[in-house]
Design a protein around this ligand. Structure first.
Ligand SMILES: C[C@@H](O)[C@H](N)C(=O)O
Ligand SMILES: C[C@@H](O)[C@H](N)C(=O)O
Lengths: 160, 160
């Protein structure tokens, strides 16, 4: 792919739920997300990283309107799955670079992270696909992050 | 978007590096990935979840050919960034569902995780975008995972 970043997307309608200390064995992710599917809750970003001593955390985002309902469902599921805690955050925003060839071009991720590092914006979480790198940042940093990314990728108008 | 899963992608040329116990403050992700960009290393999946007591882990994948070179660069960067450890895994595979409307349709993620749970395939990590959900699984599970996902999403031919 020719590498081209088409735009920067910012979404502040983000509520993050982190289910902590969940056992890392088959069926656990399904047990957590099936009750949300049964209740027609739209899940946006999902992040799970490496486990330690057989337990890991799963974080995911929903729209802020869905936070209360989602927490009720997750509290129940988390207990039966043996999670140690459930945290939620309604002060985050999603900033993404969107384009082609992101994964096949060295330096794209570093350029994004560098653009956020320069104005001291902290990256709360990272997920990627071949067309998109998404970071969660504090909502107060969202606009500064968007400006920094527009500059770093030499884009004109803010996309959203 | 109308929700339609177009295909299942499987990639076994995956080496995962996990940098553990890295400080959660601005500039750290940049410090980790810039040396890799300077050496033209292609980064595929990047995952960072919530931090605990100010530290978190960052995992990412490269092609297996790049593992040795990447580890040399990461070891140096990790020490100067204050990470506690660097682990690597060359026995994983990436399985993804690819389509449209993934984030706007409840139940897609749960269906994927359910398809992997049924044959007891463990999910090592999860990242998402609006067109793709990617899980890392043990490479020995890759084909079974692909078959289970084709069935769960009623797709005919394996895509890759
Ligand atoms: C933690 C969770 O992802 C678990 N490994 C599973 O397969 O469901
Ligand atoms: C951990 C790392 O992502 C850090 N929060 C940063 O902003 O660089």
């Amino acid at each position: 792919d020719a590498q081209r970043i088409r735009g920067i997307a910012v979404d502040t309608d983000v509520a993050k739920i982190s289910v902590l200390g969940i056992p890392d064995r088959p069926g656990i992710a399904h047990g957590l997300f099936q009750p949300l599917a049964d209740d027609s809750i739209n899940i946006d970003v999902i992040v799970q990283n490496i486990s330690h001593d057989g337990i890991t955390d799963i974080s995911f985002t929903v729209s802020r309107d869905d936070l209360t309902k989602t927490l009720e469902l997750v509290e129940g599921a988390s207990q039966s799955l043996g999670a140690s805690d459930v945290l939620h955050f309604a002060n985050l925003a999603k900033v993404s670079i969107v384009g082609t060839g992101i994964q096949s071009t060295p330096g794209v991720a570093a350029r994004m992270f560098g653009a956020l590092a320069e104005p001291s914006i902290n990256i709360e979480s990272i997920t990627t696909s071949e067309i998109r790198i998404t970071c969660l940042v504090h909502e107060d940093d969202a606009q500064r992050a968007a400006q920094a990314l527009h500059q770093a990728f030499e884009l004109d108008q803010p996309e959203e």
